[in-house]
Design a protein around this ligand. Structure first.
Ligand code: C2E
Ligand code: CA
Ligand code: CA
Length: 436
């Protein structure tokens, strides 16, 4: 789709093109430059000269990008005043910098509108594939980080930091090894319990992926999820996790009543048109008795096309699937969320929970978030609870349930089954959480 104001590609189309170009470049071992540019103080242009001048400034900026494009380059508007330029087949970062400086030179000439003259300046961030990333999401993130650095240093152009050869070859290795991990049964779904603070009973578990890598041993997700996200392997991985979580939960004891099994769904998967079908077909396949499926969605999922994301989540909720907002507090939250978001649960990120006892500000935030969530009918899970004092404090604040080392670290599926059968609650002077 084209952006109606500038006629350039819009964000969604841009991501699609970037992915295709990167696949080509990875296959033929060529280099792509990605430029991300924003017009400085654009909101001031809107405020001082009016929105139609703002629009015409965006059009003039789009013209500049089109003027410097070679036939194989592609320009897009990917945010309000954020533009991107894909430069396939360049030799090195110098070529991308050259393009960036050409843009800056063209901006030296003030933009002449009907009644006004606009002096417009821009910051530009640059990242290269494969030098800085080998997948679209991370490449875009690297270019946006470079843009942020350009802004902070008040510099017209900034190139992402180059990773050393070892780091790059490590990413290539992980990428290659991951390809066969499912076939070779090297992925494992570990489980970490969630416990209700009102009944003291387990409410279910979050499924967390582990990778038994041939060369590195058992790897935590932080090492390979970013690589999986940048290569497209995240889709088979998420499908595998959904199936595994539902298969494993069918063997859980029924003594605690209905339990919930949660699976992490990254933004990239949520964006895909067949996402709801994927979840529904997996759910229909397993439908374990006494189990509810919960999808943990990051706040970052709501920064793009929210209408489409909301509508998918609503469809799934109508089918009885629960939605949790994960890592709450770390993304770009807006209060408007609470009104519109089709979700059941909010997970407060552990960075807030862990400072709860020593930091009044954190305690205030957690307490406010609990109240706010309750007002909008969401239940609250606190993540990363490591000790009983924090547990007691959360109980006092009205938090509904917790997940953390205080009950158990994530564990292999068979250990979780035993944990669930043998669980009796915990009792200490500071916190009483007893299974009733
Ligand atoms: P997350 O979704 O926030 O998962 C919770 C993480 O917090 C887990 O780390 C868990 O081990 C850790 N944790 C739980 N309780 C405590 C505690 O009391 N203290 C501390 N310090 N940490 C605690 P893990 O398993 O290493 O996962 C890290 C992240 O990797 C996850 O964060 C999630 O974003 C991602 N991840 C894990 N599994 C999957 C998956 O299957 N798919 C996707 N897309 N991402 C996954
Ligand atoms: Ca999670
Ligand atoms: Ca989390």
């Amino acid at each position: 789709m084209k952006d109606p104001v500038t006629g350039l590609f819009d964000r969604q189309q841009f991501l699609h093109i970037l992915e295709q170009e990167i696949n080509e470049a990875n296959e033929h071992r060529t280099t792509i430059g990605l430029l991300v540019a924003d017009i400085r103080a654009f909101s001031r242009i809107n405020r001082t000269h009016g929105y139609s001048c703002g629009d015409r400034t965006l059009q003039a900026f789009a013209d500049i990008l089109s003027r410097i494009c070679r036939s194989q380059d592609q320009a897009a508007r990917i945010g309000d005043n954020l533009f991107a330029l894909i430069l396939p087949g360049i030799m090195n970062s110098g070529h991308a910098e050259l393009a960036a400086f050409k843009i800056q030179r063209l901006l030296d000439v003030p933009i002449q509108l009907e009644h006004e003259t606009i002096h417009c300046t821009a910051n530009i961030g640059i990242a290269l594939c494969p030098d800085h990333a080998t997948g679209p999401d991370i490449l875009l993130r690297e270019a946006e980080d470079a843009l942020q650095r350009a802004r902070q240093a008040d510099q017209p152009v900034y190139v992402a930091e180059t990773r050393n050869d070892d780091e790059i070859s490590d990413v290539w290795d992980i990428e290659l090894e991951l390809q066969d991990s499912i076939k070779e049964s090297r992925l494992h779904a570990w489980l970490q319990p969630k416990v209700s603070l009102t009944t003291g009973k387990p409410t279910g578990a979050e499924a967390l992926v582990r990778w038994d890598s041939p060369g590195r041993g058992l790897c935590p997700p932080d090492v390979f999820i970013p690589v999986a996200e940048s290569t497209g392997f995240i889709k088979p991985l998420t499908t595998w996790m959904l199936n595994s979580a539902l298969r494993l939960s069918s063997g859980w004891t029924k003594q605690w009543g209905e339990l919930e099994v949660s699976v992490n769904i990254p933004p990239r998967i949520l964006e895909q048109p067949d996402f709801s079908d994927l979840v529904m077909s997996t759910w229909e396949l397993w439908k374990p008795a006494g189990i509810r499926l919960c999808l943990e969605i990051l706040e970052q999922s709501f920064t793009g096309d929210t209408a489409s994301v909301f509508s998918k989540l609503k469809t799934l909720r109508d089918e009885g699937i629960k939605i949790a907002i994960d890592d709450f507090g770390t993304g770009y939250s807006s209060l408007a969320y609470f009104r519109d978001i089709p979700a059941d649960q909010l997970k407060i990120d552990r960075s807030f929970v862990q400072g709860l006892l020593d930091d009044r500000a954190n305690a205030n935030i957690v307490s406010l978030v609990i109240d706010l969530a309750h007002r909008f009918g969401l239940s609250v899970v606190a993540e990363g609870v490591e000790d009983r004092k924090t547990l007691a404090m959360l109980q006092k604040m009205g938090c509904d349930s917790v997940q953390g080392f205080v009950f158990s670290r994530p564990m292999p599926a068979n250990e979780f089954e035993s944990w669930l059968r043998d669980y009796r609650g915990i009792r200490s002077p500071a916190a009483v959480v007893l299974a009733k």
